[in-house]
Design a protein around this ligand. Structure first.
Ligand code: AMP
Ligand code: ZN
Length: 272
């Protein structure tokens, strides 16, 4: 962790990094108090031979937007020899970041057992980043969309308030609050366990129950054997999860009538 905290301005007037400003400016109601929070701590990108996806040729097309973003100057909030952390350009909550491996990995289905150590490094980087920036009390989840829209593997690091103007559609909501959102800890356990029926995720009930059901029903598992065994995901089934379902609050049992109703309800949770 090499931190860039050389801002010499008087305390309270410290400017947030550009990436952090993008993240905050698209939130619905950014209070002056939040803007006065200490700048997001960043670390200089390390240039090493392992830098493949982050220093490869720029690829065009919106699906490759993350590959461009992770190699754009000044975008990395953290970087080491394994991964980069950037701010999500369209944050779906007050705090939303993406952790991307530097090695080119297009999707979850390419993850092999031997990649468990890389996933652990990504998770550790995200947890340290959140702790270093005093964001721990906000409550975060660290995970992947089962069927992502953007290329290059990316782990979402997202606070659970879901207060943001960028959270607009039912699909947005379902993709972060149903089993479509796969916790990093669950994937790690799958990759590391010899017998996937024995996987017992560390998350609390009833989510743990639902995750075990994903595995026992064959929606999520391991394909092949040995070191090259990789994650297997029932893409069609997971896609259907993000398209239809009720707008159930992630913090209480209430089901909202529509997105405006849900957003007003979520804002209410923040006030209480
Ligand atoms: P998904 O592929 O569904 O897992 O999500 C892709 C995420 O990337 C979304 O949360 C977008 O808001 C975010 N995103 C899209 N384009 C960019 C970009 N250029 N820079 C940073 N984040 C982006
Ligand atoms: Zn609620």
């Amino acid at each position: 962790w090499r931190l860039l905290m050389n801002d010499k301005r008087p305390s309270g007037k410290r400017k947030l990094s550009d990436a952090a400003l993008v993240s905050l400016s698209s939130s619905s109601s950014t209070s002056p108090a939040e803007l006065a929070e200490p700048a997001i701590k960043t670390s200089k990108p390390a240039m090493t031979a392992a830098t493949v996806a982050s220093k490869g040729p720029v690829q065009f097309g919106w699906q490759n937007g993350l590959k461009s973003a992770m190699q754009a100057d000044g975008q990395a909030l953290f970087s080491d020899d394994v991964c980069v952390i950037i701010a999500d350009k369209y944050p779906k909550a007050r705090h939303h970041y993406l952790v991307l491996p530097k090695r080119q990995i297009d999707s979850l289905a390419q993850l092999q057992r031997s990649d468990a150590s890389m996933l652990k490094r990504m998770l550790a980087a995200a947890e340290s980043f959140i702790a270093e920036n005093n964001l721990l009390p906000k409550g975060f989840r660290f995970g992947f969309h089962a069927v992502p829209s953007m290329s290059q593997l990316h782990m979402h690091v997202i606070s659970q308030d879901f207060v943001s103007t960028c959270l607009k559609t039912k699909k947005h909501w379902l993709s972060f609050t149903t089993e479509f959102f796969l916790d990093c800890s669950l994937l790690l356990q799958l990759l590391e366990s010899a017998d996937s029926s024995q996987v017992a995720s560390t998350v609390e009930e009833p989510r743990q129950h639902r995750q075990q059901h994903l595995i026992s029903s064959g929606r999520l598992g391991i394909r092949g054997s040995g070191h090259s065994a990789s994650l297997a995901i029932d893409r069609a089934w997971f896609s259907s999860l993000s398209k239809a379902g009720e707008l159930k609050c992630n913090q209480c049992a209430r089901v909202a009538k529509n997105m405006p109703d849900l957003k007003a309800h979520l804002a209410g949770h923040e006030r209480t």
